[in-house]
Design a protein around this ligand. Structure first.
Ligand SMILES: C[S@@+](CC[C@H](N)C(=O)[O-])C[C@H]1O[C@@H](n2cnc3c(N)ncnc32)[C@H](O)[C@@H]1O
Length: 215
């Protein structure tokens, strides 16, 4: 058990997801071999579904790593016209740029190198979808900016919100993760209780929250 779902459920659900995109498979293999954290298979599938339903033209991503999720999103729908992704690790950004030159056929992804919070403070254009997948301890600081940069009809997707189950169950809590877990609990409380927002938290992957403005 990964702290979130029974292994047999996760394993079974993963048998239903078939990925035949060679580029995506190549990046998955690289990530596995080099211990690069990328979205889990079922979260990747959820992103594709959300993009298919929402048809976002402009996507903002926090946390590029090797560019796996941004490339996956760029290939999910012909409606996606621009993806901006933020990464503070120089080496990751370099690998991501190489992957983008190989796999971002329509050249719609651009990387901004820097710390998410500093970059977010400077951004002004609005996005249809924002994917938060960086700095688990800082979602509370990122979120007000994400909301400011979100179009009225937009969606914010936050990954790792259950953090191996620790956010929901103290028995799973590792001492050195207490601060991150406390902050994540505050984050989930805030986005769930805000009367202007509607949020659902899904026990998928490491936990995914999907948030939109109420209309
Ligand atoms: C989980 S990985 C992103 C995975 C990527 N979204 C994917 O699925 O392919 C998180 C990345 O965020 C970066 N990161 C963490 N904190 C950050 C911050 N405050 N600002 C910018 N990047 C950050 C890390 O260097 C790491 O590469």
């Amino acid at each position: 058990m990964n702290g979130i779902s029974f292994d047999y459920i996760t394993e079974y659900l993963n048998t239903l997801i078939e990925e035949d995109d060679e580029g995506i498979l190549e990046m998955e293999q690289y990530a596995n071999e080099n211990n690069v954290p990328i979205v889990q298979k079922e979260v990747a599938n959820l992103l594709k579904l959300m993009i298919t339903i929402q048809k976002p033209m402009r996507i903002l991503e926090l946390g590029t790593a090797i560019g796996y999720s941004s490339i996956l999103m760029s290939r999910s729908s012909k409606f996606v016209k621009e993806i901006v992704t933020i990464e503070r690790n120089e080496n990751m950004a370099e690998i991501a740029r190489n992957n983008m030159s190989k796999f971002d056929e329509n050249k719609i992804i651009s990387i901004i190198e820097g710390d998410c919070l500093k970059v977010l403070e400077k951004l002004e254009d609005k996005y249809d979808m924002i994917f938060i997948d960086a700095g688990k301890g800082h979602y509370n600081e990122f979120f007000p900016h994400c909301l400011r940069l979100l179009k009225d009809s937009g969606v914010i997707i936050s990954d790792n919100v259950l953090f191996r189950g620790m956010v929901a169950n103290n028995d799973l809590l590792i001492r050195r993760k207490i601060t991150i877990v406390k902050r994540m609990r505050t984050y989930l409380m805030n986005i769930s209780k805000d009367k202007n927002l509607i949020t659902t938290v899904l026990p998928v992957g490491d936990g995914v929250a999907i948030t939109a403005r109420r209309n």
